[in-house]
Write a protein that binds this ligand. Structure first.
Ligand SMILES: [Mg+2]
Length: 385
């Protein structure tokens, strides 16, 4: 059997009105530190410079009419890469040959590899795994050799700790409004932030910190020193992804800190580079950004071989992540990004039809074939009209 059609599509989302929350979400009122902080023009508004978000949906159809669905973020960019470059590499291939199709897409993209191409490849890979599951009538986690566990332990990424607790989460990650530009003042504010956080969640609960590449080496070392008393679960992505020497040096200069990174690394070889020198303790690939489920499996095998742990970025926010997290032994848990305001039911936080949101801090994917999307044909229209 061959793949006969690949399409880029828009999903018509549910028009169920979102109820009002009890207060504004941390996500709408919290500034986030970033690499752009040195340019004061862009200091306040991330939306002024960040790449367009939103998903393009990808449908891949086999000769017998069976279809698989996937999606990729930064829709205008990734849809263009799929339509103008990747589609032709996928057509006419055996729909079950996810390894070969992944390899073909990477090799044919030698001059284009970077975040955007990796995201487009990830979206096609998701549709191929959904198609494989639909053809074989098995959920993806089983096709990946799972389950390795009964459910996935999820931590909540949200500064609304009280709301996360109310939803039953027992593990947390908090944002960082500061960057290296903020100096001593920023360090003191961080200490205050985690003093407050510990009073809410107690001394034992896991709390991680997410600076999102906003530090340099010198500042990252200071942050690790100053936050050491708070016994944080990990310090995440303090340096830009390409600064491998910085990561290696940070490991030496903050040996006591639990270090994590990976959401902005893509393809298994970048994770091999992190793992081979033990630059971090925890790898955080994002299944939407790293190259897809096929690549995530390879990253987990690297982690197994080097004794590292994997905690996928955004892992419990997508069906692809949840299936992989249930199936792969190297994965210790997953992120659940929570941006809706306190009081709004959790289903409004996630707009992927058929996706299972965590309950009491745990989640498991549905037993339906493939990735378990619940999408009707008339909800999908061509991305480019
Ligand atoms: Mg992060």
């Amino acid at each position: 059997m061959k793949i006969s059609k690949i399409e880029t599509l828009r999903l018509k989302e549910s028009d169920e009105p979102v109820p009002a929350g009890s207060r504004e979400s941390w996500d709408t009122i919290t500034r986030r530190g970033s690499q752009m902080d040195r340019y004061k023009t862009w200091y306040q508004e991330k939306s002024d410079w960040a790449a367009q978000s939103g998903n393009v949906w990808i449908s891949i159809t086999a000769e017998d009419g069976t279809r698989g669905l996937g999606f990729a973020p930064n829709a205008d960019v990734t849809a263009t890469i799929i339509e103008t470059h990747l589609s032709k590499l996928v057509l006419e291939r055996d729909p079950l040959s996810t390894e070969a199709i992944s390899d073909i897409m990477w090799r044919a993209s030698a001059g284009l590899i970077g975040g955007s191409t990796a995201r487009a490849i990830s979206g096609i890979d998701a549709a191929l795994w959904d198609l494989k599951g639909n053809l074989l009538q098995e959920p993806v986690y089983k096709l990946l050799g799972g389950p390795a566990r009964d459910y996935v332990k999820c931590y909540a990424t949200s500064d609304d700790l009280d709301w996360s607790q109310e939803l039953g989460f027992q593990r947390f990650k908090m944002s960082c409004p500061w960057s290296a530009e903020d100096g001593e003042q920023g360090l003191q504010a961080m200490e205050q932030k985690f003093t407050n956080a510990r009073t809410i969640v107690g001394g034992q609960a896991d709390i991680a910190f997410n600076p999102v590449m906003s530090f340099d080496l010198e500042y990252a070392v200071k942050v690790a020193e100053r936050l050491r008393p708070f016994n944080l679960r990990w310090l995440e992505e303090m340096l830009p992804p390409e600064d491998y020497e910085g990561h290696a040096e940070l490991r030496k200069r903050a040996p006591y800190a639990v270090l994590a990174t990976g959401e902005d690394h893509h393809r298994a070889n970048q994770f091999m580079r992190l793992a081979s020198r033990r630059m971090v303790d925890i790898l955080q690939p994002d299944v939407q950004w790293c190259g897809g489920i096929t690549e995530l499996v390879k990253i987990c095998h690297i982690a197994e071989a080097t004794g590292l742990r994997v905690n996928p970025h955004f892992g419990a926010n997508t069906p692809m992540g949840l299936h992989a997290c249930l199936a792969l032994p190297a994965i210790e848990g997953a992120e659940y990004w929570l941006g809706t305001a306190p009081g709004i039911p959790i289903r409004f936080n996630n707009k992927i039809p058929g996706h299972v949101n965590p309950k009491n801090g745990i989640a498991a994917p549905p037993d339906r074939p493939g990735l378990g999307f619940e999408i009707e044909d008339d909800q999908l229209t061509p991305y480019f009209q």
